[in-house]
Write a protein that binds this ligand. Structure first.
Ligand code: NDP
Ligand code: GDR
Length: 350
């Protein structure tokens, strides 16, 4: 009997938070997973180390290739040589605050990068006749100033170079679907976090500090706007929704959210409270972290994802906070041992 070839996925942003969870998920479904990674002077694959198998080993089902969303020729080359069934565009300069400092770069990678990848997929389909499905990592930041609840019909009012670039990527994706019949989906994902979240996003910055304060490595935490409210879910739950979108009969756009929103202050209360600390004794507001334009309130309505995809979040806000604090407390304990033995400097902070 002929053996069935495994499906192939190509992921940009594979080294990021979502890239690592999506890779685990797709490997568990039997996929061969290919990832585009950036050249860096330091290794940037820490989030993948636990699933990495040397490619010389025939059982290696995750393969990494150098490329960049700013390099159209590399994107085309990898789409043509890998011949993926599904392409997930997760790569981005994804920090909203930093996008005000690096606007041009952010637009190039987030907006034009998506266009470059769509064009690589379109050209590959045209020359081979293969079917390739495309997922675009859209963001609740696109709603920006439009008040909640936000769903697929809510108008966009982006408030940062990052968010404007995501709106452009969203419409490029819709345009390639309408113009070329591409199976292309936009996932409009609300904030999702995990122990693998980048350390300069507010949730992880808080849970890292909670761990370090609890073990005595740090005393203060400097933050910006504490009044902003976000719909925070667990990244592990959200990558399943990305995959589900590409398994449907028709391409479409979906909001993915918990439908529950909390302020940064509430996150502080939950994270510090979980280990018996009072956040007010440790947190100071530093205007350096204020943004030129803020997004005050995001809360999604994920009815469509629930009804069409059969998707629902599994991890609650409270469980998410506990998961992140537990992980960062363990990390801080290990860090403390290294400090006490003089291997690292206690002033080293995220
Ligand atoms: P991360 O910041 O953790 O990961 C971003 C990834 O993009 C990293 O792998 C990074 O590589 C890669 N990358 C950055 N610049 C480039 C480039 N020029 N070319 C190719 N790859 C690049 O983000 P998340 O995993 O949290 O998010 C994944 C995607 O989903 C992003 O597009 C983000 O904007 C979007 N999103 C995220 C949400 C969230 O709450 N997490 C919500 C909604 C949307 P490196 O490791 O080398 O830096
Ligand atoms: P966000 O996430 O901007 O929603 O974008 P972030 O965690 O950076 O900010 C959330 C809110 O917290 C406020 N805040 C701070 N933020 C950071 N980073 N650092 C601070 O010290 C701080 N103090 C207060 C912010 O002002 C903001 O209101 C994330 C990213 O993952 C995007 O890529 C994604 O598209 C959206 O979520 C949905």
């Amino acid at each position: 009997m002929e053996e069935k070839m495994p499906k192939k996925a190509l992921i940009t942003g594979i080294t990021g938070q979502d890239g690592s969870y999506l890779t685990e998920f797709l490997l568990s479904k039997g996929y061969e997973v290919h990832g585009v990674i950036r050249r860096s002077s330091n290794f940037n694959t820490q989030r993948l180390d636990h699933i990495y198998i040397d490619p010389h080993n025939s059982c290696a089902r995750m393969k990494l290739h150098y490329g960049d969303l700013s390099d159209a020729s590399a994107l085309r080359k990898w789409v043509d040589t890998i011949c993926p069934d599904e392409v997930y565009n997760l790569g981005a300069q994804s920090h909203v605050g930093i996008s005000f400092e690096n606007p041009d770069y952010t637009a190039d990678v987030v907006a034009t990068g998506a266009l470059r990848l769509l064009e690589a997929v379109r050209a590959h389909i045209e020359s081979t006749g293969r079917e390739v499905r495309y997922y675009q990592a859209g963001s609740s930041e696109m709603y920006g100033a439009t008040p909640p609840p936000q769903d697929e019909n809510t108008s966009f009012h982006p408030r940062s170079p990052y968010a404007v670039s995501k709106v452009a990527a969203h419409w490029y994706t819709v345009n390639y679907r309408e113009a070329y019949g591409l199976f292309a989906c936009n996932g409009i994902l609300f904030n999702h976090e995990s122990p693998r979240r980048g350390e300069n996003f507010v949730t992880r910055k808080i849970t890292r500090a909670v761990g370090r304060i609890k073990v005595g490595l740090q005393n203060k935490l400097f933050l910006g706007n504490l009044k902003a409210s976000r719909d925070w879910g667990f990244a592990g739950d959200y990558v399943e929704a990305m995959w589900l979108m590409l398994q449907q009969d028709k391409p479409d756009d979906y909001v993915v959210a918990t439908e529950d929103s909390h302020t940064v202050e509430e996150f502080l209360e939950a994270a510090f409270g979980y280990v018996g600390l009072n956040w007010k004794e440790h947190v100071e507001v530093d205007p350096r972290y204020f943004r030129p334009a803020e997004v005050d309130n995001l809360r999604g309505c994920a009815t469509k994802a629930k009804e069409v995809l059969g998707w629902a979040p599994k991890v609650s806000f409270k469980q998410l906070v506990a998961m992140m604090v537990d992980s960062d407390l363990e990390k801080a304990k290990r860090e403390k041992i290294l400090v006490e033995h003089g291997y690292i400097d206690s002033r080293q902070q995220p």
